[in-house]
Design a protein around this ligand. Structure first.
Ligand SMILES: C[S@@+](CC[C@H](N)C(=O)[O-])C[C@H]1O[C@@H](n2cnc3c(N)ncnc32)[C@H](O)[C@@H]1O
Length: 207
């Protein structure tokens, strides 16, 4: 079911990173209400999947494309305690900063160098609802794995719209085929049930 009164439907029409930045500036104020009204489940699914494999939930975790912090709320509920957030949109980051005590640090993403930290700074990276057409590109999968230490974990989602473009799953397949990473978890389920949209949640482990 689509609700043309909100902004969600426009998220699937963005054509560029600049448009995405402008779009999320506008959506920041109403994002939480609109997306939760559609039963947004992917953060919970990602957090539970990651928690199954994480040996130390107090180790630093990067919530990439953190938005207003709904993803970190789910990660925290699953037991993760040291969470940094990064995002393209300053306005979404301002909202995330209002959730006091949830994030250790919040960082504005440099889209040309989104994982600008030493390898191993994070034991795990989450990209929840962020890798998608005209959002973070498919190559984010390679870049996130490159930024992790050996055995580091990468949890991310690809929604049904995004999965129509074979480029995204091709990045998953290539990283598995070349031995760069192992696939620990892959499951299709509800993304926004009120919007009739699903997603696949993946947990990959750097080899
Ligand atoms: C659908 S929201 C998801 C936010 C949050 N992870 C959640 O689950 O609620 C997508 C977020 O990705 C951010 N984003 C889009 N493209 C990005 C990019 N290339 N790099 C970093 N963040 C990006 C947007 O600003 C937005 O906050």
């Amino acid at each position: 079911m689509s609700d043309e009164k909100g902004l969600l439907h426009k998220a699937y029409t963005i054509q560029s990173t600049d448009q995405a930045r402008d779009f999320y500036q506008d959506w920041a104020e109403t994002y939480d209400d609109e997306i939760t009204s559609h039963g947004y489940l992917t953060p919970h699914r990602c957090a539970e999947a990651l928690a199954q494999f994480a040996p130390d939930k107090s180790a630093p975790l990067l919530d990439f494309g953190c938005g207003t912090g709904l993803s970190a709320l789910a990660l925290h509920a699953a037991g993760f305690t040291t969470i940094d957030g990064s995002d393209l949109s300053p306005e979404m980051l301002k909202r995330a900063a209002k959730r006091q005590g949830l994030y250790r640090n919040l960082i504005e993403t440099d889209v040309n160098n989104p994982f600008d930290f030493p390898v191993g700074a994070y034991q795990a990276i989450a990209a929840i609802g962020v890798i998608a057409s005209s959002h973070a590109p498919a190559t984010t999968i390679d870049a996130a794995l490159a930024a992790l230490p050996a055995d580091g974990l990468f949890v991310f989602s690809l929604n049904d719209h995004t999965l129509q473009d074979p480029e995204f799953e091709a990045r998953v397949a290539e990283n598995l085929d070349t031995g760069m990473a192992r696939l620990l978890f892959k499951e299709h389920g509800d993304h926004l049930p009120g919007y009739d949209l699903g997603s696949v949640v993946y947990v990959m482990q750097k080899a």
